[in-house]
Write a protein of this length. Sequence first.
Lengths: 249, 479
Amino acid sequence: MGIRIKILSGFLILSTMLLVAGVWSIYELSTIGISVQKILDENYKSVNAAKSMIEALEREDSGILLLLLGKREEGRTIINSADESFRKAYETARSNITIPGEKGYVDEIMNTYDTYRNLWRQSVVGTAREGDLNWYLREVHSAFLKVKLTTQDLMTLNDKTMYRTASNLESRGHRATMPGIIAVVSAFIFAIIFSFLINLFIVNPIIRLTDGIQDYLDSGKQLDVKVETKDELADLVSSVENLIARSKA
Amino acid sequence: MRLPIILRYIGVVLLLNAVFLFIAAVISFFNRDSALFPLGYTCLIASLFGVFPFIFVPPTEEITNKEGFTIVVSSWLLSCLIGTIPYVLWGGEFTFTNAWFESVSGFTTTGSSILTDIEALPTGLLFWRSATHWIGGVGIIIFVLSVLPSMGKVGMVLYRTEISPLAAANFRYRTTKTLQIIMLIYVGLTALETLALTVCGMTLFDAINHSFATIATGGFSTKNLSIAYYGSEAIETVIMIFMVLSGINFGLLFVALLGNIRALCRSTVVRFYLTALFAGIVLTVFNIHGTVFSGWLESLRYAAFQVISIGTSTGFATTDTTLWPPFAQLLILFFTLQCACSGSTSGGIKVDRSVLLWHAIRKRITKFEHPHAIVKEKIDSVTIDEDILEASLLYVLLYILVVFASSLMICGMGIDIMTAFSASAAAMGNVGPGFGMVGSAGNFSLIPALGKWILTGDMLLGRLEIFGLLLFFLLKKWK
């Protein structure tokens, strides 16, 4: 094998090790970016929507209590505005179903909310329900708690997924950095071996040949340079020996 | 010493590792798991480092013993280092220390693990763990020499350096023939066990992994509960049979395979090995019956598996032996120290040395009675050389000293005596599980990092039969 190929192979090996590790690190880093975006897009939106729904539900509950106290106008205004907020937040959650099992929670929220809504849509002020705390506690409050708990479950599911994805980011970060470290260490060791072999099989024979020629020129000493490899250096030594033989003749 | 020549032959070993890494990467690829890059990249590094010396360094006809010795020890160390890389790249529970521990434990066929959740590993990495057992089981150099038989005199020097002197006596063939026999038995037993385990209901993947671990007397399982996961008497029986076979000298197994079973039965070492296992099982059954298990059959099932598993230095588990009475624990500890026959894949002091030790004691007693008598001890009608006797006694002494020293160091890190001693003995004997924190149902994750490094040192010392590694580090004083 020729010297050129030997040296070229050394550099090729070195660059392959670094290149593959580099490409992989870039891939892992880009995956981290995608994961972060995913957390923001998928989970954070759902968590916010769930929070808004809970807030709206609590406002609706306050509105119902006002109705019980006989304050129809104030109560209905609060309830209608909260209902609108709830539906808006619900739509956000419904259009952002990304986790297995999330759809079940979203459907359940609407089912329980419909039951709850049917209760406060009935007339309260001026009827037997006005001031009836038992009716409130027995039917309205329990329906309210059901919607609230289901919405909290949706929030917990998204929170957990966010945590899992964030934990996964840590291992992704590890996988992005480790190839670089391994590649640098390997390249360093390889460079040492490469330079050692270059020195041993290319530089040293050249030095020996130069010294041999010098010895021949200075004192006519027989050229005796041994090259183990079968490459251009062996050809060079053989050519120099021929040259010396011819010049002697 | 010619460093380029050493690099060239270590390159072959790296290429062997690269082949198994490639297979593991292919498994990862087809299972679409997260170990594809860690395995693929390590395969690339091993291949490049392995091929490069071939480009520069011309082949040689001969190598010196010193060079051969350096190649063998360096091959073990480098294989362990290469084996560390996929774990480190994959992450999870693998810090560098943990990855090194897992890799050394794999190659030396110890089978101790730092993993608390083995089943969380991707399939490719699980295969690589088992493959390290299989590569190391028969000896890395033996593996290379049998794959590349055209190494001529170089092969002979490497073979002499790698194979235990006690084992070599049982192979009365030339190097190439011996290597062929070893590989035939090794691959044959692995294939047979894989088939038997598949028939018993294991998946092919699990069967291959467990066969690798059994025949190499390693002990890595693909399940957190080890063999207990399957709860199958048939699987346990198959594994027990192959564990016992893997603990017998491969040369004798080959002779038996050729039809001369009497040679196997007449071997003093094999008889001692089987009798010791039998006695161990019987005593354990009586000890655990009524205290741990209520039924005799149940006691026999667990006692037989655990005694054979430890007595062959495999280290699989079907139950938690840390819950057994002290008598049974001490019995198992005896097997942790002794293990099986030389010339097998087993570790430990080895039955052969136990037999030699017994003969040395007998000789000394006779000498006391007849001080001027010339006493010659024989094993299987072969007179034991004084040198072999002395070397064996020295080995046992050094072995115990190393176990004691590492136990002391690990105790110094705040670990209890039982854990420290059994962990050291299990690491030195390439057994795997010990007692206390590192019992058959536990793992080595709670051992401090320095302790893990000490234990990996023990594993390598045990695998290279102490003198190998010691001489490597004292190489400068060889002049």
